[in-house]
Design a binder for this molecule. Structure first.
Ligand code: E4P
Length: 217
């Protein structure tokens, strides 16, 4: 499963790249607003840093506007993926952009039927938002299982990006289901490393090392 960071923060992206575990980045208007920086400056910096796909979101509500914005975003780099909201006008835009070789990521997906529609429109990626479903006392991961099953039934090649991830178990469950990609906040990615027994084990080994005679380091 590929790991994407769901962020607009360039320093977070740099750290994940240093760890060697980053395959791509997703952003949205809220994440860009959080940076407090001009959109084009942030987008260009991310695109230069990351070799993998970088999702940048359109904000128009009509197909014409989304297509115009999508073409503009695609000019920023070869690895741009245009994020399009899951609405009928969005599906018109997906068809046009994909036919021009511009990959799209259909966002704000909350049901299997929406995922199926996005795939039928030709989207390269679909982003079911699991955390927001959990937030309303429903089962976000069930959606991933269902979308995965539907895509397998029909050999659909649209990749599933598990989005709106809140904690490490979301990532583990997504991997068990066999989702293609999990996009996560930096805090969740950091937590994936952590285990109290690892910390405890390191402390014990270091303490015992102090008793080893002739230590070369
Ligand atoms: C995905 O592409 C979205 O940017 C993101 O995962 C939304 O997550 P949130 O529900 O934590 O805002």
């Amino acid at each position: 499963m590929e790991f994407f960071l769901d962020t607009g923060m360039v320093d977070e992206i740099r750290q994940a790249l240093d760890w060697g575990i980053l395959d791509g980045v997703t952003t949205n208007p809220s994440l860009i607003a959080k940076t407090g920086r001009p959109f084009l400056e942030v987008a260009k910096e991310i695109l230069e840093l990351v070799d993998g796909p970088v999702s940048l979101e359109t904000v128009s509500r009509d197909a014409e506007g989304m297509i115009r914005e999508g073409r503009m975003l695609a000019e920023l780099g070869d690895n741009v993926v245009v994020k399009i909201p899951m609405i009928p006008e969005g599906m018109k835009a997906v068809q046009v952009l994909e036919s021009e070789g511009i990959p799209t990521n259909v966002t704000l997906v909350f049901s299997p039927s929406q995922a199926l529609i996005a795939a039928k429109a030709g989207a390269s990626y679909v982003s079911p938002f699991i955390g927001r479903i959990d937030d309303v006392s429903s089962d976000g991961m069930k959606l991933i299982r269902e979308v995965k099953q539907i895509f397998e039934n029909y050999q659909i090649e649209t990749q599933i990006i598990v989005a709106s991830v809140r904690h490490p178990m979301h990532v583990v469950e997504a991997a068990l289901i066999g989702a293609d990609i999990c996009t996560m906040p930096f805090e969740v990615m950091k937590k994936l490393f952590q285990h109290p027994l690892t910390e405890k084990g390191i402390e014990l080994f270091l303490k015992d090392w102090e008793r080893v005679p002739g230590r070369p380091f």
